[in-house]
Every structure is written in C-alpha cells, then in structure tokens.
Design a protein around this ligand. Structure first.
Ligand code: GLV
Length: 387
C-alpha cells in the first residue's frame, strides 16, 4: 500500500485509477466553477491561533450528530454513483464509515440500493432523498429507507433541477458507461477499476431500476433528473415530509439565513449549510462564508452542519470553531474510495481525524466541544458586507 499522508495523495491515485468520466463527474463544479473553487479557497483565508504551554493530554474528537455518537463530527456526504467510482462503492464507503464511527449518507442516485447497503453493513445509515414527481415512487423510497433502518433522512433542497457541469455533457456521463471509442481507450488504462466492475452485478442505479414504474434501464443522471426530479418542491411539501418521517430530518442545501429560519420553523432536526459542492448554483458565496450569517439567524436552536469545500481536518476545525456542530465530506471520501476502495475511505477518515486532533491541540483545545471563534483569525468582512 502506498504511503498516504494527506487527502491530496489519495486524489492523485484516484485520478490515475478511475475512468475520466467518473473522475470528472466528482471533480467538477457547475458552469464557471467560481463557487466550486471558492468553497475551498475561502477556508484558506481563515487562520488558526497557535497557543502554547497548555496541557494537551486526554484529547477527544468524539461528539454527537443528530443525537448519535460519532468518533468525530464528520459525516460522509451523499454522493451520486459511488458504485461507479469503485465496484460496490456505497457498500465499501458505508462499511468504512461504520467501522470508523461516523455517519454514512446514501444518495438516492446510488448504484448499490438501500437494501444492498443495509444487508452488507448491518448498521443504521442516513438516507438522502431527492423528491420525484412520481409521488408513489417517492413514498416507497421513504418506506424502504425506514424498513432498512435508516436513522436519519437528509432531504436535499438545492437540486430540483440540475446545474450544468460541462464535462458531464462532453463525456456522455452514464452508468454503466457507454462503450464509445474514447471510453474504451480510457478504460484500457483503468484495468483495476474494470476488474472490480466485472466482479459485481451492481452497475446501475440500484434505487431506481426495478423500483420506479416502467423503468428497467436508467443510464443517465441528467436525463432522469430532467424527467423525474420534482421542480415543485416547496416549503409546504417539506412540512409534509417532516410529518411523514418520524426519524431525524436533516435539510441539505441551506445557504441563506432566511431559509435557515424556515428550516427551523418546519421542525427539522438539523440543516446542512451547502451549495452542493459548487455543483448547482454558480456565483453564490462559499458555504464557509455563509456559515456565520446563518448561525446568527438560528443560534443554537437547530444543529448546523457545514458541507462543501472541506478537504482536511484543518477545514473541519475551522468550521467547528466558526460554530458548526458537524461537517460533511464528499470529495475527500470519493478520492479515497476511487484510489483504494474501503481502505482508501478509512485512510481519508484517518487523515482528517489526525489533522483535526493535532491542530486542535496546537490551538490549545482538548475537545471539539471546547472549540469557539477564539481559536480563529478571520479576516474582517469575511462573511461580507454585501448589499
Ligand atoms: C447529484 O447527484 C450531483 O450530481 O451533484
């Protein structure tokens, strides 16, 4: 096994091992990618205050997210098509998360189905819901998540229509990939990936094929989104989902203080401050910049998790110190998964944990509960003075 010391090591191996189509899918933002870039860049503007001669023995990153004990407040974000990044990717990532003690979130647009993941991991996980026009199908998805023992539902609010990612169109993104000449040429150099795929039967959207009416073949996320995702989703419908789901409800895609207050009003248990990793709206501010105004609006009346832009434990530390109670990582997990399957996801979690723990200690703090703005140097006007 190569020596992995940082997430970027996993990224480099991932790029070599996974077909370009799926690498590009994960690594793209929408349109000009301004929001995608700024999600990461803005973390760099926040600095940590080094403090010394403080006893740093007996540290802990343990915490809770929506009432569940976690080894560190870092959940694996829902990412579509993990099973195309690595054979049985959702099962591999969920197993790594279970063993590490952090939540795994299964995307509606996964390759392994809800039932596949439940059977393989034998442990509760979070289910991410995209609301579809076909109410009956959506209702059954929710019932399936309940039956599988999912202990939280993550309702995504920022993808009723799909932001354009140029590469996905140019690459003809599909699952499984269509074997065009450029794809065959690319796959010839990705033999490890190909062998894995030959060894599994899970190569289609597992929550859809065989479950949605008259659908026995969905290849394209884009085509399916245009046809099926419900653009009419509004706060009244969100209220309805709150009533129907008796487990924890987490609303993902909140990027504005007014929407955060609405999420509070519908009785959500947590919100995820997110711009979908810069994959939906292009031109919005980064999640980390929007965190402070959102916290000002909702205070500690609701759990606030931060998603989009986190690539290190230092980023997690900064988000927690700014006031988030939890965080989510998507791409850092994908890099690990594509590079080395389950071991790669575990390695990504270990890297983030060590970075979080060590830098927390060097800021003079012993537990994630002790973190606050005092350990940060935030440039004046960071969250903006926007009119
Ligand atoms: C969602 O499934 C996405 O592609 O961002």
């Amino acid at each position: 096994m190569p020596i992995i010391t940082c997430i970027e090591d996993l990224h480099r191996i991932y790029k070599r091992r996974v077909p370009k189509m799926f690498y590009d899918y994960a690594q793209s933002g929408s349109w000009t990618e301004q929001t995608f870039r700024e999600n990461c860049k803005d973390f760099e503007q926040i600095r940590l205050r080094q403090r010394v001669a403080i006893n740093m023995e007996g540290r802990s990153t343990a915490s809770q997210m929506v009432g569940q004990d976690v080894a560190m407040p870092v959940a694996l974000a829902p990412v579509g098509m993990l099973g195309m990044q690595h054979a049985d990717g959702e099962i591999k990532a969920a197993t790594a998360a279970r063993d590490f003690g952090v939540p795994f979130t299964l995307s509606t647009m996964s390759i392994c189905s809800i039932e596949d993941v439940a059977a393989a991991t034998n442990a509760p996980f979070w289910f991410q819901l995209y609301v579809m026009r076909d109410q009956d199908y959506t209702d059954r998805l929710i019932a399936r998540a309940k039956d599988a023992g999912c202990n939280a539902m993550v309702l995504t609010l920022d993808l009723q229509i799909l932001g354009q990612r140029h590469n996905d169109l140019k690459n003809g993104l599909s699952a499984p990939p269509k074997l065009t000449l450029p794809v065959i040429a690319d796959l010839a150099t990705k033999w490890r990936w190909g062998l894995g795929m030959l060894g599994t039967k899970r190569r289609q959207f597992g929550n859809i094929v065989g479950h949605a009416k008259d659908v026995d073949d969905v290849q394209s996320l884009m085509a399916w989104t245009h046809k099926q995702f419900d653009p009419r989703l509004d706060w009244d419908k969100v209220k309805e989902y709150r009533r129907r789901w008796d487990g924890k409800l987490i609303l993902k895609g909140i990027l504005d203080p007014e929407d955060a207050v609405k999420a509070l009003d519908v009785g959500a248990d947590a919100i995820i401050v997110s711009n979908h990793g810069g994959r939906q709206i292009d031109g919005a501010l980064s999640s980390i910049r929007m965190l402070a105004p959102i916290l000002d609006a909702v205070g500690d009346r609701i759990e606030v998790h931060l998603d989009s832009g986190i690539r290190s434990g230092q980023d997690v530390l900064k988000a927690l110190a700014m006031g988030a109670t939890g965080t989510m990582v998507g791409r850092a997990m994908v890099f690990g998964l594509g590079a080395m399957g389950q071991d790669g996801v575990t390695r990504a979690l270990e890297v983030i944990h060590k970075e979080l723990d060590t830098n927390m200690a060097l800021c003079g703090r012993k537990s994630v509960q002790d973190l606050d703005r005092d350990i940060l140097l935030v440039p004046k006007g960071f969250s903006g003075d926007w009119a």
